[in-house]
Write a protein that binds this ligand. Structure first.
Ligand SMILES: Cc1cc2nc3c(=O)[nH]c(=O)nc-3n(C[C@H](O)[C@H](O)[C@H](O)COP(=O)(O)OP(=O)(O)OC[C@H]3O[C@@H](n4cnc5c(N)ncnc54)[C@H](O)[C@@H]3O)c2cc1C
Length: 488
């Protein structure tokens, strides 16, 4: 088999990285299936005002396609989307993408040793290798609040922004104070008549030095692309400090807590408000948010922070536990994503008819975040335990893409499927869970954890460790496939 048929599901940063690695390795029979009408992943979907990356763009970009055109350190989502599209074109990946195709199920055919996919239109597609690259943050979650359906005005999720519903002059309610809310609220305060923010827990914040990149700097980067390595290295160094802080280094933790506390003191003069924006949870157990305008925005006259629990939604607004009805014309849910439900709602059936959702009934896991026992020739991008709160997810994508290219080479050379040994995958998962058990992410409930508390999204160490461990595919991790059914 010289040219395995590879199907990648999803055309975000992960899917594009995977396709690029395979094309560069000489594999031409690659197709990327994308359910939306354009490529872009989260940067296409999250079009809410203020949306931007929160890891500086010199690091939040492909190492092999550094971008001289960033307008600032944390560019807005439109620029990131444009960068991804331009890069996919330049790499020759765009022509491999089929848009408007949603994969609904995939089944391993043991007789023919291939994957059989079914799409939303009923089309059947065969693949030798299947690469789900559907992201961890692509399924928005809206809380089920009593009476939500009775609200008379429009409701939106930040990841399903509808620009035909302007916020100008409206009384806007924003539910949530996570990464999306802290970008959205400062962006709409002032143009909305008022903004009421409903907070369940106060987030930890750090200042966001969002420097502009002037024309001179951009010209220099165009002329001498190597110069772009400097801000990338600087950002990397910063992420080492934040990485050490979240993985338990006391000094780094103290430093960041100190900066965050100083930011609150400096930016919130009103003591009562400061008390309400002071986090009660350990720093890092939820994503630490980079922002310089969130706290000053909460102090505005036309912005109100509500910390009482929401009890119901009525036709006119949102009622809190103290009985107050907060009238509003528009409700925005900045309530995040179903991050722990990897690959849902696709139905993936592996060897012996085993369902991936059964394999993952106690929480998703995968060897190196990539391979699952019982599911031959399936390689995940941004799979379980490969998320990072402090550095660039794209760095992890690139590690996975390189690993994938080695797996496809092995499959092409031997003509045989690759399936990770169960004992290796389970031992790896034990290691992950052991390390995560003592981690900061167990300090509170968050989108990193399943309902039972298992941390399934995050990588427990430094990014460099992940790069090292995925650098070389060890064939000893993989077993020849027998026709015995999966031992579960
Ligand atoms: C608002 C926001 C800001 C972020 N900022 C940062 C940041 O600053 N730094 C950072 O490192 N990370 C950030 N992230 C995390 C982000 O998820 C990753 O950085 C990265 O973009 C994920 O890329 P992906 O390709 O893996 O997934 P996604 O971007 O989610 O792409 C998945 C794609 O798969 C498609 N898809 C899903 N299911 C199917 C199906 N069944 N069939 C066909 N297609 C399907 C989707 O339509 C989507 O296009 C942010 C996330 C959000 C939401």
């Amino acid at each position: 088999m010289t040219q395995p048929r590879v199907v990648i599901i999803g055309a975000g940063f992960g899917g594009i990285a995977a396709a690029d690695a395979l094309l560069k390795a000489g594999y031409r029979d690659v197709v990327v299936l994308e359910k939306a009408s354009r490529i872009g992943g989260v940067w296409r979907d999250n079009a809410y005002p203020g949306c931007a990356c929160d890891i500086p763009a010199p690091l939040y970009s492909y190492s092999f396609a550094l971008n001289p055109e960033w307008s600032r350190r944390f560019p807005p989502h439109g620029e990131i989307l444009e960068y991804l599209r331009r890069t996919a074109d330049r790499l020759g990946v765009s022509e491999k993408v089929r848009l408007g195709v949603e994969v609904t199920e995939a089944c391993w055919d043991e007789k023919d040793g291939c994957w059989r996919l079914r799409t939303n239109t009923g089309e059947e597609i065969e693949a030798d290798v299947l690469v789900p690259a559907v992201g961890q943050l692509s399924r928005p979650v809206v809380p089920s609040l009593p009476g939500a359906e009775t609200f008379a005005g429009p409701t939106l999720h930040t990841a399903q922004w509808d620009s035909s519903r302007p916020v100008e002059g409206k009384r806007v309610a924003v539910v949530g104070t996570g990464a999306s809310a802290i970008q959205l609220v400062p962006a709409i305060a002032g143009s909305a008549e008022s903004v009421t923010v409903f907070q369940r827990s106060a987030p930890w914040t750090l200042p966001k030095p969002n420097r502009r990149y002037g024309a001179g700097r951009r010209a220099a980067y165009r002329m001498m692309p190597r110069l772009m390595r400097l801000p990338r290295a600087g950002t990397w160094a910063m992420t080492v400090v934040t990485g050490k802080a979240v993985t338990g280094n006391r000094a780094a933790g103290l430093l960041l807590r100190g900066i965050s506390t100083a930011q609150r003191r400096w930016q919130v003069r009103d003591r009562a408000l400061r008390a309400r924006v002071t986090p009660a949870e350990p720093m890092g157990c939820k994503r630490v948010l980079f922002t310089s305008d969130w706290l000053p925005t909460l102090a505005r006259e036309d912005v109100r922070l509500v910390t009482e629990k929401i009890v119901e939604v009525t036709a006119d607004g949102i009622r809190t536990a103290d009985g107050e009805l907060h009238g509003c014309d528009l409700i925005v849910y900045a309530t995040g994503f179903a991050a722990t439900e990897f690959l849902a709602p696709m139905r993936i059936t592996g060897r012996g008819g085993s369902l991936l959702q059964d394999e993952w009934r106690d929480g998703a896991y995968a060897y190196l975040g990539v391979a699952v026992p019982g599911f031959p020739n399936l390689f995940l991008m941004y799979g379980p335990n490969t998320n990072t709160g402090n550095t660039s997810v794209i760095y992890f994508h690139e590690s996975q893409a390189r690993y994938l290219a080695q797996a496809v080479r092995r499959i092409a050379e031997t003509g045989r499927p690759l399936e990770v040994r169960r004992e290796r995958a389970l031992a790896y998962d034990d290691e992950m869970q052991r390390r995560l058990a003592g981690s900061v992410w167990t300090g509170c409930q968050s989108w990193y954890r399943t309902a039972t508390g298992r941390v399934v999204t995050n990588w427990p160490g430094m990014a460099s460790e992940y790069r090292r461990r995925t650098a070389r595919l060890d064939v000893a991790d993989y077993a020849p496939i027998t026709n015995e059914s999966v031992p579960y």
